[in-house]
Design a protein around this ligand. Structure first.
Ligand SMILES: *Cc1c(COP(=O)(O)O)cnc(C)c1O
Length: 404
């Protein structure tokens, strides 16, 4: 007997405190969008907000918009809206740059702040872009990027490590690091901790302050729904603001940008980590997208995300024996996506998409399905699992093309 049915899923929808948020997104009827871990869906508030900034602020205020429309304050103002989602305080988060650039900046700052230590420690399964940036930053600082299997991290943490740089949720499998214990272990050897929160922000509690996290970066366009190429965010623990130097200083991070002082004098607080002029239109899209999170707790989002994932996994287990769940089965060890392993993962994803179930494929054999608790219903996720089971059955039974 399968554990789930459409009726049981609908029952959860009836009692779901977040159910009404679905209507705040512009998603086509019948589409089950499970790629929000890659590019979040469009919030209905976003097009008008962007149109208003373009027509009324840029169009009418022109250059006066910098002082009259809050453009200069946007990086910190929107950062403050992300702060509660990652357990940070106001004044600790900025919206700027892109994740890889923000990561490179904070790694450079961390290495410079720990001159006696010449190692950036990371894990082999970290996101490749993070490893590229970390290797280059290390090399230029006369340091070394040490990349080890995640099971070896404890042993690799030593007195030579300046910063331990990891991604909380693995982009491929959704395996979740225990941020509290890894951060504590880094601190025990005197290293700083830097977390990439791309697959955490908006779905998994991080507890930046609670866990004493030093530095973090994350993406605006995944579960935060800021739109394609939305700016990233960076977090620096308040106590480190004065100690750390921005390795790419720019005028927006200067104490007085409009003094045009030839000498660099960093602003106090988080603003010193800004480099350049904010992308006003893109930040406006992200700000409007974040309005959906107002009054919603990260704990409620996490609870629903876990339940959606369990429903999906149990239905796949019951209906699709040819699909292997590649994500941790224990929800405490899993982020907000479920990955399935299949030799024909690419065909699986393409065929499911043609039936309105949108996920994505990571080579060679992973099909990923992300669960945004803001806009997905239990019934939709049940339907997605049912459809994937039917597609998988057809892949198993269809004859393989014979090789020449
Ligand atoms: C999506 C993602 C990024 C994105 O990097 P950009 O430089 O903003 O394109 C970085 N790290 C991880 C872990 C990601 O999943």
């Amino acid at each position: 007997m399968p554990r789930w049915s459409r009726e049981r899923a609908r029952e959860l929808d009836t009692n779901d405190p977040l159910a009404a948020l679905h209507d705040r997104f512009a998603l086509a009827d019948g589409l089950v969008y499970l790629a929000g871990n890659s590019l979040g869906a469009l919030g209905r508030a976003v097009p008008d907000a962007v149109a208003r900034v373009v027509a009324e602020e840029w169009g009418r205020e022109l250059v006066a918009g910098w002082s009259g429309c809050g453009w200069m304050e946007a990086p910190a103002r929107v950062g403050d809206k992300i702060a509660p989602l990652i357990g940070a305080e106001p004044g600790e988060v900025l919206v700027c740059d892109t994740t890889s650039v923000a990561l490179a900046k904070l790694l450079g700052a961390a290495l410079a702040a720990r001159p006696g230590r010449r190692v950036i420690l990371s894990s082999t399964d970290n996101f490749p872009s993070d490893l590229y940036a970390a290797a280059a930053v290390a090399q230029r600082a006369g340091a070394e990027l040490r990349v080890v299997d995640r099971s070896e991290l404890g042993a690799a943490l030593g007195p030579d490590v300046a910063v331990c740089c990891l991604t909380q949720v693995d982009y491929r499998t959704a395996a979740l690091f225990d941020v509290a214990s890894v951060t504590a272990a880094a601190h025990d050897v005197g290293a700083l901790s830097l977390w990439d929160l791309c697959h955490s922000a908006g779905v998994v509690p991080v507890g930046c302050r609670e866990n004493g996290i030093d530095l973090a970066v994350g993406c605006g366009y995944k579960y935060l729904n800021g739109g394609p190429g939305a700016p990233s965010f960076l977090y620096v623990r308040r106590e480190l603001h004065e100690e750390l130097e921005n390795p790419i200083p720019g005028w927006l991070g200067h104490d007085f940008p409009f003094d045009f002082d030839p000498a660099w004098r960093p602003a106090s607080g988080i603003r010193r980590f800004l480099t350049s002029t904010p992308s006003v239109v893109a930040v406006a899209a992200l700000e409007a997208a974040l309005s959906v999170f107002e009054g919603v707790s990260i704990e409620d989002l996490r609870a629903k995300s876990v339940s959606l994932g369990q429903l999906f996994i149990e239905t796949i287990e019951d209906l699709a024996p040819s699909l292997e769940v590649a994500s941790p089965l224990d929800p405490c060890q899993r982020g907000s996506q479920v990955s399935l392993r299949h030799d024909e993962a690419s065909e699986l994803v393409t065929s499911a998409a043609s039936k309105g179930i949108v996920g994505d494929h990571r080579p060679p054999d992973i099909a990923r399905f992300g669960f945004s608790p803001l806009y997905l219903s239990y019934e939709e996720v049940f339907r997605a699992a049912e459809t994937l089971a039917a597609v998988a059955a057809s892949l198993v039974s269809s004859p393989q093309p014979s090789s020449p």
